[in-house]
Design a protein. Sequence first.
Lengths: 597, 386
Amino acid sequence: MAELARIRNFCVIAHVDHGKTTLSDRLLETTGTVPLREMRDQMLDSMELEREHGITIKARAVRMAWRDHELNLIDTPGHVDFTYEVSRSLAACEGAVLLVDASQGIEAQTLANAYLAVEQGLEVIPVINKIDLPNIDIDVIREELRTTLGFRDEEILLVSGKTGAGVNELLDAIVERIPPPVGDVDAPLRALIFDSHYDAYKGVVAHVRVIDGSLTAHDRIRLIATERESELLELGVFVPDARPIPRLETGETGYVATGLKAVADCRVGDTLTLASRPATNPLPGYRPAKPMVFAGFYPTNAQDYPLLKDAMEKLRLNDASLIYEPETSQALGFGFRAGFLGLLHLEIVQERLEREYDIDLIATSPSVEYRVITQNGAEVAIDNPALLPDPGTIVEIREPWMKVTVIVPTTHVGPVMELAQTKRASLADMSYVDPTRAMLKYDMPLSDVIVDFYDQLKSSSRGYASLDYEFAEYRPADLVRLDILVAGTIVDALSIITHRERAQQSGRILVNRLRGLIPKQMFDVRIQAAIGGKIVASETVKAKRKDVLAKCYGGDITRKRKLLEKQKEGKKRMKMVGSVEIPQEAFLAVLRIGDET
Amino acid sequence: MTRGIGLYVHVPFCASRCPYCDFATAPATTALRGRYLEALGREIAREGDLLGRPRVRTLFFGGGTPSLLEPAEIERLGDDLRRAFVFRPREVTLEANPATLDRARLDAWLALGLTRLSLGAQSFDASGLRALGRTHQPEDSGAAVAVAREARLDVNLDLIFGWPGQTVAAWESDLDIAAALGPDHVSCYPLELRLDPDGSIPNWPGGGWPVLERWRAAAAAAQPDDAGIARMYRVAERSLGRAGYRHYEIANWARPQKRSLHNLGYWRDRDWLGVGAGAHTHLAGARSANPADLRAYIARVESGSARAIDADADPPSENAMLALRLDSGLDLERYAARFGDTAATRVRTALREVEPAHLVQVRGRHARLTARGRLLASEVFIRLLP
């Protein structure tokens, strides 16, 4: 228990691969929080998936001691989809370490988060990492930090997470430069929830920063936004493993086993207070999860629907940002329409369902949420293209636009601009972060961001471009629904909403791609693309000509049957649409429509 | 077993290996030859004993290249068979490589009771034989037919179509030459290249599967496509039909009264015993098989252990598939009487599913594959599986 003046709450802002985890581990080691022999690589990343994606999805706080001070390192999510979570982590801190890789320079998302930290009034300590690498030009990075964030050279620290060089100085700077927390120790408890996760034994665990007042292990707690109350099960801090403590004071961070059953009841940004003496004003900045990207999830085998349902429920326990509802598709049967913070969030959920729950999934093409103004003046939110109302009843369709920031070496500005043009983006601003790197600001429809933009950006800049985006506004657009018909039947799961100018070309590409993916059947299969009933592209999968095992093989019926059984198994993995067998890849093909448009 | 059984005798030896072939084969010069033939004799004796010395109704020597056996070996085999079974076969077929038949061997086979010679002609086109890796020459087949005729044997010609580089015109020419030789029976097989390593036969030294796999991948790439093969199949139907052959099974044509009685036993789901490496057996409703590996086969016979039973066999669906391969088709009433309503319903459902695509024709109690259905038989058959 430290007095306020001896507490420092800080986080590390860094781009993926810029060495945040290594540096964090080094801080734990240097402060003696984790003895060297117990160190394992990437102490703070706990989930297997996080390791593989190289990102940290869930924030946690670790308490360390340095020169008689209590240092709380609050982890921040590192991906563009989790901006809101980042802002809440920042709100739990008084300072931030801005970590920049000496060989890479500052990246778009790091810059966005650094701006966010400055806006929220945090003391930012600029640190150049990986100074042990050969062939680096530290002066260029210094200039970037001067140009973009106005730092002075003498403020900038040099460290190597790998060798430990400069780590002591960094710890000293954290103590000296970052201000201690301020708060009213006598006021009713107000604790900011900056992360929560579900624990099989302890229920929902909230990670909190106490702003005012204090909390003991025997209190009954209340959550202001969700209006939940619960008996507190355990109070503790991470050092870095969980250690129960009797009391959490003003200015401190720790965890609270809330006894609640779902993280949706204990949302990031909510204010935790005492049931016995509740605070009246919640802390500012709470925002319910706002999904931006939507997709249908269907089990490949219809029998797996209960499994999928169960898995989604379990995932939701631990992911308050995941929202979903049951959905039925003519083509795919029973499934769910789910909303995600962004494309990466979608991918993570999909992978977890497939890997941790072992469910074979078909995910439909991701969609954004459109706002449709109908003739009777109503505004309808549409996140499933198949549900777009009849074009005759639509006055206007609006789609979400994003503010997109790209930082790219000046040598690759040309290709990036060309790419942006294919994505309906308009350039809002262009500046330089240093003489070798430009910062481009675009307005761009989200539907174009989610279709492959990141991958294409990477390939058009040889991997050097970095990306950040945030929601800007809804704008009217000339959008149409493109339907795919197989043997005369609309396959609802393949419908997409697209810009009118592009619809025909997209239709042609899709139809052509499907022709290559739908295997030959017993009869000719026509594949068509249609806009509002008008056919814009058409191809035919010609009927199969030969499929027979002719040879008799001395009465070897066994082998023939086995081959037929194998063939039958292959058919089982396909979805029947009318009388046509469509393989899963055909549904996935729609996802890649961006490749050639 | 009043009507007797079919007996298949497998002789695996070949002068050279045909790279497309998946039968249990072995080099004619293998050191195991003596032990193999000895084991074969023992198996024949023991099976005859176990089955109560049944009558052999049809006998088929397949391979491999059984025509490579020496007269003394043939004679011993004949003695073994006569001892083990009531030996009054209506048909005795020998598979022969056109270049391997000489007088002395033929006499030995005739003494055994040979009635029918099945010649692996494959093609009359030198480039076709080369493409298939065959070692005989186009003219060998005609000569072999003449020898067989002289010995008053029925003759079958095996032809392969769809070999790498083959044109429809080349295939028409093969069919014309075949018909001109006047065989009683013609089998036409599209070249089916099995690309999975299951196709490897352990009896050959050296090369083994990797070499075969390379050859097959290259051959498969140079084969006519499915549409081309389908066209060739139609050409065969027309050409052989005009020449007076009845298309009585998916890959088989015959002059009147000249269908292969032994093979009809397979399709009619009769009882047969297979002896020798890789041979399959169907007795009392159960399917079983010998190992294809010569050593494993010999070991099995010497140890006296039983053949491996196909536990996954499904008699109802297999019966329906086999029957539909024949032009006589499937008698649905008799099928229901034999296998019950569930099986019969499955068959009817399957047939209804493929009828709109014109793969089968159902007239009253009889179901038959159409010309299109013969080419797409797997589409029909997979629907018959449970």
